[in-house]
Design a protein around this ligand. Sequence first.
Ligand code: AMP
Length: 218
Amino acid sequence: MRILLFGPPGVGKGTQARLLAGEFGIPHISTGDMLRAAVTSGTDLGRKAKAIMDRGELVPDDIMIGIVRDVLSSPAAARGFILDGFPRTLPQARALARLFEELGISDYRVLELRVDDEEVVRRLSSRLVCSRDGTIFSTLTDKVSAGAPCPTCGGTLMQRQDDREETIRQRLQVYHSTTAPVIGFYTARGTACEVDGGKPIETVHAAIKSVLAAKTPV
Ligand code: AMP
């Protein structure tokens, strides 16, 4: 199974991708997670990417295409994958089409999770992440606050730099102007399906599973 997962920031792509990856036994490839890991370990890539990510802008296409080329060509991705956060621009989508051709991949599914912008702002501006184990909490539902200890491991709860309201709105603007046309690229090829991402996690997961089952799985 090969899945390209689209949706605005905060729609729950990471959560849904992790569930599917566990069920299908395939890797969850998140370009955002890869960049954040590079930032944390202070690599060249991380240093270049940090300021761009903090502004809610996109890391240059050539860098992202190189990263994805390496990971998709690796044996770990040979039996399938869930790509979360790539492609985000038309040049990335065209590069991915060329890479699929080189790798002999013709069967893949494209899923778009949808949710409205104000719900994104509400979800992300209340999101806190444990700096030690990465667990995600919400100030709306979890009785937690920034700087407080993580209820599960005692690490410090932090707000992601790019989860500040102004940056969330910038990321949404980039999504609508630059990434939405990429979905059009796949719709034109008849491969894209929509799922309502505004529902509870289990409901969205069930909807994704039924969309995947509706056509012959690849
Ligand atoms: P995400 O966790 O997917 O929302 O990604 C966080 C940030 O990483 C984005 O706001 C971008 O700055 C950067 N990023 C992730 N994937 C890409 C990509 N495919 N192209 C360019 N920038 C990316």
